[in-house]
Design a protein around this ligand. Structure first.
Ligand SMILES: CCCC/C=C/CC(=O)SCCNC(=O)CCNC(=O)[C@H](O)C(C)(C)COP(=O)(O)OP(=O)(O)OC[C@H]1O[C@@H](n2cnc3c(N)ncnc32)[C@H](O)[C@@H]1OP(=O)(O)O
Length: 378
């Protein structure tokens, strides 16, 4: 009981930071509880009961049950322990608690340590869940993990699913020697109708949705940059919470070389992270950074020797994934506030509109044609 009271008291505090759930969210959560496939256990049921009562009726207003009425007494104690917690906060806490119990349709539960569950059956983007970590892997090693149109959509979907599953965090990494060589340049030539305007419009829509999903991702987002990263696989790093890198990783944004312009909010995040002077050299002149330079400029959290990267990073991440998930999410929402996210969405929209026009430019078409005809490589 003491544990229950402590838990609820903690939620009083946390709840003040996040009063966001609408009545509709709450009603949905109430319905979801009835559909739970697994019994969440008595402790959780008591927490749900107390939060439900507080959310719907306010502070405990009924007499204490008799000493031998054990079950009702435990329930009453839990409700009473919520004190004067505002109804909206109780509603939010109820929604949070239910969402931590319910995996979304595609998602799995956290799983027992050591068991890995594959969540998305795609060859090029592999999504698994293990030890509280949803892992999204760029898996086109023979093409240096270049990102196809389909992969953007799969990653968007995987992130949306991961935002609701029971994992504590999501980690991106690459299979093979590259993290990712960025946008697959054959995307430009594989438009079914061959209509470049149509490609540009569709590409801008897909890109905008892809980047929006990173902006809104509510849990810790970590990149394990196992090798060179190019283009969009670099710019998205500005939207991650933590970036670990191999000492073999490099960071290259050759937008001008390709007749293109920055995306994934990097025109805003990079100057903020590393200062305009360094960001300009990367984003305008395409200066490639070593892992050490990226660390010095604040884009990378920590660099590891390539030979120990996997062992060290995954041990650390598994320990982090055991931290209280709601606390991590709430910390993240304070760091990336709603006004900051609003700004990021606006930047994303503007960058996508700019790119849509750029993709039709002679400069861009020429650069892609050179790559396709094997005349140019970075
Ligand atoms: C719709 C949303 C759009 C969002 C826009 C984002 C902007 C960007 O991401 S800009 C960055 C675009 N990326 C590039 O320009 C990289 C192009 N690739 C290269 O310059 C080189 O391949 C490399 C330096 C990455 C690697 O060179 P290396 O000699 O080691 O290997 P390769 O033999 O060139 O590569 C193996 C294989 O992979 C293919 N490949 C690699 N990267 C890409 C790519 N980005 N797009 C398409 N294909 C790529 C390469 O052609 C090789 O294929 P083959 O074995 O079939 O020849």
């Amino acid at each position: 009981l003491l544990q229950v009271v402590r838990f609820l008291a903690a939620r009083v505090h946390l709840g003040r930071a996040t009063m966001r759930a609408s009545q509709k969210d709450f009603d949905n959560a109430v319905k979801q509880v009835k559909l739970l496939k697994e019994d969440p256990g008595n402790e959780v049921k008591v927490k749900l009961y107390a939060l439900y009562k507080q959310a719907t009726e306010g502070s405990c207003n009924v007499p204490k049950p008799g000493v031998f009425d054990f079950i009702n007494k435990v329930k009453w104690d839990a409700w009473n322990a919520l004190g004067s917690l505002p109804k909206e906060t109780a509603r939010q806490n109820y929604v949070d608690l239910v969402s931590s119990l319910i995996p979304s349709s595609e998602a799995s539960s956290r799983g027992e340590p050591g068991t890995q569950e594959k969540l998305l059956a795609s060859e090029d983007v592999v999504v698994t869940s293990e030890d509280g970590i949803t892992k999204i892997v760029f898996n086109r090693p023979t093409k240096k993990n270049a990102i196809t149109t389909q992969m953007y959509q799969e990653i968007t979907q995987a992130l949306k699913t991961a935002s609701k599953d029971n994992s504590a965090m999501t980690v991106f990494t690459g299979n093979g020697d590259y993290y990712s060589s960025g946008n697959d340049l054959t995307n430009f030539t594989s438009t079914p109708s061959g209509n470049i305007e149509e490609f540009a419009k569709r590409g801008a829509d897909i890109l905008r949705d892809f980047v929006d999903t990173f902006i809104d991702f509510p849990k810790p987002l970590v990149a394990v940059v196992n090798g060179p990263a190019v283009g969009i696989s670099v710019t998205t790093l500005g939207l991650f919470d933590v970036v670990y890198a191999s000492d073999k990783a490099t960071f290259h944004t050759p937008f001008s070389h390709l007749g293109q312009t920055p995306e994934a909010c990097s025109s805003y995040t990079f100057p903020k992270i590393m200062g305009p002077a360094k960001a300009n050299e990367m984003l305008i002149f395409g200066k490639k950074l070593t892992a050490g330079e990226a660390y010095a400029q604040g884009l990378v959290t920590e660099v590891f020797p390539d030979s120990t990267l996997q062992k060290e990073v995954w041990a650390r991440l598994k320990a982090y994934a055991k931290l209280p998930p709601n606390a991590m999410r709430i910390s993240k929402s304070l760091i990336k506030s709603s006004s900051e996210r609003e700004k990021l969405h606006a930047v994303n929209a503007e960058e996508c509109t700019t790119l849509q026009a750029r993709w039709l430019s002679e400069e861009c078409i020429g650069a892609v044609t050179s790559f396709m005809s094997r005349k140019a490589k970075l």
